[in-house]
Design a protein around this ligand. Structure first.
Ligand SMILES: [Zn+2]
Length: 149
């Protein structure tokens, strides 16, 4: 069942194995990574990423991003700040895209099955329902809002 999400460009089971459990922030980070790959570059050694949070559970974003985008600690292509904001900024040459979760996850369930159901619901949510996306260049696939800062 978690393998049904093939419309996304990453393997959910491998992601879960990498991170140790399947959580919403992990999957959100992976989805952010897919957007960055599509809009900036699929080359794993060309992008940089700044993640604006560094404590769990929000920081699980970082593993999803690393897994999908190639912006990893090992390649020195990712840094995390302690701002506590569920946002990632991806940079490729002159291009910059900011992807922010519109609201933090409010999972109140208990069991792992419930958590996986919650994650599945998130996986089905359209990009624009869950993320606010800004960029300093016209996006090809996802959004139109210009970066104003
Ligand atoms: Zn996690």
């Amino acid at each position: 069942m978690i393998t049904e999400f093939k419309e996304f460009d990453f393997d959910l089971k491998s992601l879960k194995d990498f991170h140790g459990h399947l959580g919403p922030y992990l999957v959100a980070g992976a989805r952010m990574g897919v957007i960055a790959n599509e809009e900036l570059s699929k080359n794993k050694l060309e992008k940089y990423c700044i993640v604006r949070c560094d404590t769990t559970p929000m920081s699980c974003l970082i593993d999803g991003i690393q897994f999908v985008s190639g912006c990893t600690y090992g390649t020195r292509r990712i840094v995390a700040t302690s701002e506590g904001i569920p946002e990632a900024i991806f940079i490729h040459k002159e291009k910059e895209i900011r992807i922010k979760l519109k609201k933090p996850f409010q999972f109140k369930g208990e069991g792992l099955d419930e958590l996986e159901d919650y994650v599945k619901e998130f996986m089905k949510s359209p990009i624009h329902d869950v993320f606010e996306i800004q960029s300093n260049f016209p996006l090809r696939k996802y959004y139109k809002k210009k970066l104003t800062e």
